[in-house]
Design a protein around this ligand. Sequence first.
Ligand code: ADP
Ligand code: MG
Length: 362
Amino acid sequence: MVKKAWTAIGLMSGTSMDGVDAALITTDGEAMLEPGLHLTTPYDSAFRDRLRDLIADPCDVASVEQELTAFHARAVSALLRAADISPTEVDVIGFHGHTVLHKPEEARTWQIGDGAKLARDTGIDVVYDLRSADVAAGGQGAPLAPVFHRALAAKMPRPLAVLNIGGVANVTWIGDGEDALIGYDTGPGNALLDDWIRRHTGNPFDRDGALGAAGRSHPLKLAKLMTHPYFNEKPPKSLDRDAFAAIAVDVLRDLSVEDGAALLTAFTVETISQAAIHMPLQPRQWIVVGGGRHNQALMDGLRARIDAEITSGDAIGWSGDAVEAQAFGYMAVRSRLGLPISYPGTTGTPRPMSGGVLAQKP
Ligand SMILES: Nc1ncnc2c1ncn2[C@@H]1O[C@H](COP(=O)(O)OP(=O)(O)O)[C@@H](O)[C@H]1O
Ligand SMILES: [Mg+2]
């Protein structure tokens, strides 16, 4: 029997709060997948501030959620226009929403985003709330992208690592065999560095890693940061965006903007390279996706610290800015088919789990 090919759109609003990534993908929810067009619609700084305030103190949830959902509906329209297709040609949207709280140790994870409103506004079925079922079953609810990374890397030599450097960094380890799939957050990605750069320069991030490359990291301060208990924990494990904010404030005190950027860049590099101790076999190659791959100081640091080939996803034909969004399109299709999106090795769920809530178009 020929499996149905679904046309899906994945929507991701990452912890970096840089905007909404929207990506088209055609897939049967299993091995067949063809990534399509993608677009990033950046948030303006006022909305970014509203999101940041909400995460610090979730009080104005309803209005921010409506605004966020309307923003996602506009991101869908922009993508449909760019691809020159109509809503009726899209079978499903995978809507991640925006994480305002992630405390898996308390069995709580919370992504805002009104799936029913998005289905109404776009005229497309929406699968949303993709993390809750996993958390309710005892999983971390994150990372979810591994199932997609494995499909995307189906033809590549194993063992392989796929590293996503977003606000938080997460890695997927893919070995031989059905069960050889592990995923966990490694530590900070860009979020700490972004916050530091914004505070000192007003810019949203360290473009190309220029400030980080110009500064000097302090080994003792780095060692202090590495004492955080998270790094010794065995996976499955996942992180809240601001898990390291408190310890970083302390260590960064009195540093110049360049030296602070160098230290935070080294922190991300060090935690990623140390995360490899949790892999059963060392990968031959690391494929890097997410915005952090644009940070040259970070990429140079990874190449110096990790004894394997470090390749940007773009170099092998992946769209490094769209992989996470594509993953949520892929997961929406799997959700519709009742297929698992999380596994014991990726989130710590006791058994492979599907997930997501369906909101049907009117
Ligand atoms: N040219 C660049 N130079 C350095 N860093 C960049 C560049 N472009 C993007 N980034 C980083 O990537 C981040 C966005 O990455 P993204 O993968 O979208 O993360 P998230 O999924 O958390 O939103 C930005 O906040 C910034 O830190
Ligand atoms: Mg982003």
